[in-house]
Structure formats: C-alpha cells, structure tokens
Design a protein around this ligand. Structure first.
Ligand code: PEP
Length: 231
C-alpha cells in the first residue's frame, strides 16, 4: 500500500516540520515498510528523510523563469524533491487547468524523471450516468499521458467524494479500479473522503494499491492511526 497525504492549502512550514517529526517517530516505532508520500504547501517543502517522501502539490513546467507566483524545478531541486501531484481536480476546476496543459506538465516532469501522482476523477453528473460514462470520462483524462511511464502512480478521486465526507462505495471503487487496471499497470490509489472508519474496507479492494488522503491526513497521529487500520 501507498499512503499519500495531500495537505492542500493547510499547515505552515513550522507545523509541517512538527507533523513530519511526529509521524516519522510513529513509523519508526512501527518499523513501517510501506511507502508514505506527503504533499505540503510549497512554502513548507523540505527534504525527504526517513520513511516519508516529500512531494510538491504543483509546480510549473520550467526550470526557472518569468512565471509569477509559480515554482519550478530549480526551487524543487533545492530540497531534492522528485515527486509531484499533477491533474488534481481542484487545479483542473478552480485553476482552470485543461487536459492539454496538464499533459504538457506531465510530459515535462516525466522528462525530469519525477515520480508523478496523476489524478483523475469524474463529477457527480457523470457518476450518475453509470459506469460506462465514468470510464469514458476517466480515459479522456489520460489524453496525452504516458500510461506506461515507470514512475507513474494514478490516483482515482471522484470529485463528488473529495472533501465531502461521502466516499465512493466499495463497489464503485472496485468497478472503477478494475476498469483502470485493464490498461494501467501503475499503482492505483483511491482518494475521496478516506478516513479511519473506511480505510480498511477500501484498502482491501483488489486493485487498490494505496490511498490519497486530504482532510483526514492533517493530523499526524490521526493519519498514522488510519495507516495502521489500512495495513
Ligand atoms: C484530495 O483532495 O486529494 C482528497 C482526497 O481530499 P479528502 O480526503 O479531503 O476528500
């Protein structure tokens, strides 16, 4: 299993450092062997150490340059960051990142040899149209994406389940992950209201190789307790 925490626009540099210290202590005590990824805000990036790999929630597809408000490879390299989230629905929706833009960013960070957690997910009206519509929508989000990239991790995150407290059902997750597995051999994460109460049933699904967690990852002890439940 892969356990990934997406802080979004939460935590500061100081609180992220405290979080990592607390979580790392627990992981050491538990002799943890599974993969743990942490995506703090850009201001809280720090070098990976111990069991926790720190990644970027976003970066622009350039080494450096005139891209006001963005960070690029130069800033990531300072911390040895080699992992990035691309295609999160909040960036697609709130920041209007189109598939063409997302795929260029993917290609650029692939060229830079990054581990890419590539996010896909359908809105509620597509889910309500049935499995076939969901599959069609999700495959379109792979336009321009190299699904055979060896450092690819796919995160399936139904938009209607993100931050709503309403996770997809075990059956919905199973059906969608089975569909994705037809063509994708990369690890498949599920994300969307994963919490302590549902992680065991989600992680038990055959083609679920990990989880991407937002809200329930914000407290280190809670996230660790959740990871224990998911093992
Ligand atoms: C996310 O946005 O990546 C996410 C999974 O959020 P939450 O766990 O809060 O639904």
């Amino acid at each position: 299993m892969i356990y990934a925490a997406n802080f979004k626009m939460n935590h500061t540099r100081a609180s992220t450092a405290r979080y990592i210290e607390t979580l790392e202590k627990r992981l050491c005590e538990a002799q943890w062997e599974e993969r743990v990824l942490l995506f703090p805000p850009a201001t809280a990036l720090q070098a990976s150490s111990g069991h926790i790999t720190v990644g970027a929630q976003n970066a622009y597809m350039a080494q450096k340059g005139a891209y006001t408000g963005e960070i690029g490879l130069q800033q990531l390299e300072e911390f040895g960051i080699e992992t990035i989230l691309i295609g999160h629905s909040e960036r697609r929706q709130l920041l209007a990142e189109e598939q063409e833009f997302v795929s260029r960013k993917f290609a650029w960070y692939k060229e830079a040899d990054f581990t890419i957690v590539y996010c896909i997910g359908e809105p509620i009206e597509v889910r309500e149209s049935g499995e076939e519509a969901v599959a069609e929508y999700l495959w379109e989000q792979f336009d321009g994406i190299d699904i055979d990239y060896e450092k690819l991790i796919v995160a399936y995150e139904p938009i209607w389940a993100i931050g709503t407290g309403r996770s997809a059902t075990v059956e919905e997750i199973r059906a969608t992950h089975d569909e994705l597995r037809r063509r994708i051999s990369a690890p498949l994460l599920y994300g969307g209201s994963v919490k302590r109460e549902n992680i065991a049933s989600i992680s038990a699904i055959e083609n679920v190789d990990g989880v991407l967690v937002g809200s329930a990852s914000l407290d280190a002890e809670e996230f660790f307790a959740m990871m224990i439940e998911g093992r």
